[in-house]
Design a protein around this ligand. Structure first.
Ligand SMILES: *[C@@H]1O[C@H](CO)[C@@H](O)[C@H](O)[C@H]1NC(C)=O
Ligand SMILES: *[C@@H]1O[C@H](CO)[C@@H](O)[C@H](O)[C@H]1NC(C)=O
Length: 513
């Protein structure tokens, strides 16, 4: 680069102008790479040291076969050379075994030029000597890049022996700041320059406003967190408060007992739940609440229920586990709401949501991991009905563009009535389950201390499925876990959980509409 720069500058200094950079030669006498020349010219032009105009010109170049013929002679000349002088000539078969493919092409041309003739099964010469004009033409093109006779050129092109090339070189003239040495340019004015007065004479590098900026190497949200952010926006828009979910480890008390799940419930089995070894147990839950929950489980207490009719054990409630659902957080929040109600002397409606990780001992496959994220919404207000839940779900899912929603009765341990939520999937042409919902049982709410006319509706859905649909991921292990590519996190765009996203979830193709 520096050598090239010096060459350009000294040549300009000597000749005042470089008519064509293609005539410049390196110190080794080689032609220059015009792209490298352009780089040098641009750099010097930016300092007003020179100016240039591009020159485009066309020339001809030999193809691989053309080069071979320029060296060894044309096919027809080689055929002629292979045939000995005299009456006898050479058998056609023999010619083929000597020259191979050349024999076939060469023969035709040699006949046309009347160099050879057929005599029985043999070929004989018709002339004593020949002039291989094709070879000469090719050699001329090889050394000069041109040939006067355009008809011959076109013939050679048809025979795929030559091809047209285009190059650009440059005419260079001196600029106002021309000098043999490139002045070092200051990129920024400094404190020292101001003090010494050097700034008055210093030459500054021009700003290049066309330069592409360095992409900022900031942090990136994981795709799940990008989608989570969009769900959060929907909840905030609808006046929800986010619950603090920073407690992966929970007691069975909040995870199960407070939700009126009996202690023999199969979900409490080690097959489904990860229990902690250290600490294995806790007794840090409110004693009075524990007493109320105990009697509710055993005989219904004053909830009007008969309970489960078994002996409730505190040691089972104290077992520590990784929470199996975010409802563990919701039960805790509803207890706090009840405490606040007592403190204020009046009940204030509340809307809570959470989106965070839960853990279940599931067999890992393409769509299941032992940890995943739940989106959960909870509304507590007086006299809420199933109609409120259905109406609310309609609004919530419509915000994501899911227009067709259906509900199906189902059983959940701590809600009654309960409904699975379905959305019509146009692609699959069927209704697919997108979430679960219900009204918390009085056996759960009354022991928490909520006023008897307060109803709580709740619903939940997974975060992984919408994320996988949004980013076209088919294996959950590409989304979460040790096999995830770090680049993926960088490259996936932010998520817009707009109508389009909901349509994707529902399998609705925009083109269809
Ligand atoms: C998970 O469940 C399997 C049986 O399905 C069991 O063998 C294993 O011990 C459980 N793991 C934990 C950590 O509880
Ligand atoms: C709830 O329903 C009860 C019984 O129908 C009624 O007395 C009460 O006023 C209702 N409360 C509200 C806030 O609507």
């Amino acid at each position: 680069m520096e050598e090239l720069q010096t060459l350009v500058l000294t040549t300009l200094d000597r000749d005042n102008v470089i008519e064509d950079t293609k005539n410049l030669k390196s110190t080794q006498g080689n032609a220059l790479d015009q792209l490298a020349v352009l780089g040098v010219l641009n750099s010097l032009k930016s300092k007003d040291m020179l100016d240039y105009t591009p020159l485009t010109y066309e020339y001809w170049r030999l193809t691989g076969e053309g080069e071979q013929l320029a060296k060894e002679g044309s096919h027809e000349a080689r055929v002629f050379a292979a045939i000995p002088a005299g009456e006898e000539g050479l058998a056609i078969k023999q010619l083929q075994s000597i020259l191979g493919a050349t024999a076939k092409i060469g023969q035709g041309n040699a006949f046309k030029k009347k160099w050879i003739a057929k005599k029985g099964d043999n070929l004989v010469r018709c002339v004593d000597t020949i002039e291989d004009q094709t070879q000469k033409d090719l050699q001329q093109i090889q050394s000069t890049g041109q040939l006067q006779d355009t008809k011959t050129l076109n013939d050679l092109k048809k025979r795929k022996l030559v091809e047209k090339q285009k190059t650009t070189s440059y005419k260079v003239t001196k600029g106002p700041e021309f000098a043999l040495e490139v002045k070092k340019e200051a990129t920024d004015i400094t404190y020292e320059m101001l003090q010494s007065g050097e700034w008055k004479t210093a030459s500054f590098k021009k700003y290049n406003f066309d330069a592409v900026g360095v992409p900022p190497a900031g942090g990136h949200l994981h795709p799940l967190m990008k989608v989570r952010q969009e769900f959060r926006e929907i909840f905030f828009e609808m006046g929800f408060e986010e619950m603090a979910t920073n407690c992966f480890a929970e007691s069975s008390f909040w995870n199960f007992d407070a939700l009126f799940q009996p202690q023999q419930h199969p979900a409490r089995d080690a097959h489904d739940t990860f229990f902690l070894k250290d600490p294995a147990t806790t007794d840090r839950f409110p004693r009075d609440l524990m007493e109320r929950i105990k009697v509710t489980h055993e005989n219904g207490g004053d909830t009007g229920s008969t309970g489960y009719n078994y002996v409730w054990k505190e040691e089972d409630a104290g077992k520590m586990l990784l929470r199996t659902h975010t409802t563990a957080v919701s039960s805790n929040m509803l207890y706090k709401l009840a405490e606040k109600t007592k403190e204020l002397g009046e009940f204030r409606p509340a809307k809570y949501f959470s989106i965070d990780r839960v853990f279940r001992n599931e067999t890992v496959d393409a769509t299941h991991l032992a940890e995943f994220h739940q989106i959960e919404g909870v509304i507590a207000d007086k006299n809420l009905t199933l109609g409120d839940l259905i109406g609310f779900m309609d609004v919530f899912f419509k915000k994501m563009g899911m227009e067709k929603i259906r509900f199906k009765p189902t059983y959940n341990p701590y809600t009654e009535p309960s409904m699975e939520i379905f959305s019509y999937h146009k692609g699959l042409k069927k209704w697919v389950e997108i979430g679960n919902s219900g009204m918390f049982r009085p056996e759960m709410l009354l022991p928490l201390g909520l006023p008897p006319d307060v109803r709580v509706i709740a619903w939940g859905l997974g975060l992984e499925r919408p994320t996988m649909i949004k980013y076209g991921i088919s294996n959950i292990r590409d989304l979460l876990g040790h096999k995830v590519k770090i680049d993926m996190i960088k490259e996936y765009p932010i998520c817009r959980l707009d109508k389009k996203m909901g349509k994707e979830l529902a399998g609705i193709n925009d083109d269809e509409e």
